[in-house]
Design a protein around this ligand. Structure first.
Ligand SMILES: Cc1ncc(C[n+]2csc(CCOP(=O)(O)OP(=O)(O)O)c2C)c(N)n1
Length: 323
């Protein structure tokens, strides 16, 4: 595929994530979705670029609770994603997990983890398994900058560095952990520098450029796959919505938000495509295709059966003796 063809594919994937989440937010406001809902809007180029850098379905991917974009970028069926948000039996986790616990073994997506930093040692365990089983699988482990102050970050990166495990740590630095900027919680605000303490390379890159994300993640993945050990990539980004649906966002100014939106990955990619010769009508067709997929996902979620109690007993709780 040529560069423009690839970029068009990335644009479609990012637009799908954006529209999926905009519609999820509307459904949430209408009371169709319960629990938490953390949107990825503004960060889409990271999921899409990183997904293009791995062997999907073979490599392992771990994400935080802000997980819809990564799951969709890897190829999760939007119907299964939307149904999961609606708490339906046809959801990717049978409607039992909801927004924070997307899961899709077929595409190597091993969650959807709600405890900040809690998945980092688990991802390192997956990377260890690949090494132990002599497979050349690579693990991608995503987390926010807030997670770099958590014990699991230290334990995970320390062991991965010591054993040179095939894992790429991707810190999506969106400037705020809930409402708290990093400078109020960490003496070192340059996340990539932390890699030095774990004997691995640290790099900084920009999350609005999907092709840059793809090529820099691909380089780290190839290093890991060929026995060169782990890396820590800090990807600078910004989330345009609140931390979750209940966040009024009083910790930042409207001016700051407007400034960051100038680097909206969808806007930037659209401009690159137009200046590369793709016409408006072509982009309009992509948007129409995406709308049809989203509409189908919503109808599917609305019409599916609710999660079943028996699924809970079968997949969540194990019956004890006599239970
Ligand atoms: C161990 C733990 N402490 C606190 C929380 C509550 N909490 C949920 S998200 C979050 C902020 C995390 O920020 P960051 O790691 O930067 O990721 P982002 O949400 O910005 O993607 C906090 C404190 C939690 N889920 N787990």
């Amino acid at each position: 595929m040529d560069q423009t063809g690839e970029l068009e594919k990335f644009y479609r994937s990012m637009l799908l994530i954006r529209r999926f989440e905009e519609e999820a937010a509307r459904a949430y406001a209408r009371g169709k979705i319960g629990g938490f809902l953390h949107l990825y809007i503004g960060q889409e180029a990271i999921a899409v670029g990183a997904a293009a850098a791995i062997r999907i379905g073979y490599d392992y991917v771990f994400q935080t609770y802000r997980d819809h974009g990564t799951a969709l970028a890897l190829g999760m069926d939007p119907k299964a994603g939307m149904a999961e948000l609606y708490g339906k039996d046809t959801g990717c986790a049978r409607g039992l997990g909801g927004s924070m616990h997307f899961f899709d073994v077929e595409h190597g997506f091993l969650g959807g983890w709600a405890v900040v930093g809690g998945h980092i040692p688990v991802a390192v365990g997956a990377a260890f398994k690949a090494r132990y089983a002599e497979e050349d699988r690579v693990t991608l482990c995503f987390f926010g900058e807030g997670a770099t102050n958590i014990g699991g970050f230290h334990e995970g990166l320390s062991l991965a560095g010591l054993w040179k495990l095939p894992v790429v740590f991707i810190c999506e630095n969106n400037e705020y952990a809930m409402g708290t900027p990093l400078k109020r919680t960490s003496p070192v605000t340059d996340i990539a520098v932390k890699a030095d303490g774990y004997g691995m390379p640290g790099e900084v890159l920009h999350g609005h450029d999907v092709q840059e994300v793809r090529s820099r993640v691909a380089a780290a993945v190839e290093r890991a796959r060929s026995g060169g050990g782990p890396s820590l990539l800090e990807i600078k980004t910004y989330r345009f919505r609140g931390h979750s649906m209940s966040d009024p966002g009083k910790y930042r100014t409207p001016e700051e938000l407007e400034e960051r939106k100038k680097r909206d990955p969808l806007l930037v990619t659209r401009q690159t495509l137009l200046s590369g010769g793709v016409d408006e009508a072509r982009l309009e067709r992509i948007a129409e295709e995406v709308e049809a997929v989203i509409a189908e996902a919503i109808t599917f979620a609305e019409e599916s059966e609710p999660a079943k109690e028996e699924s809970m007993h079968r997949f969540v709780y194990a019956a004890g003796e006599g239970g």
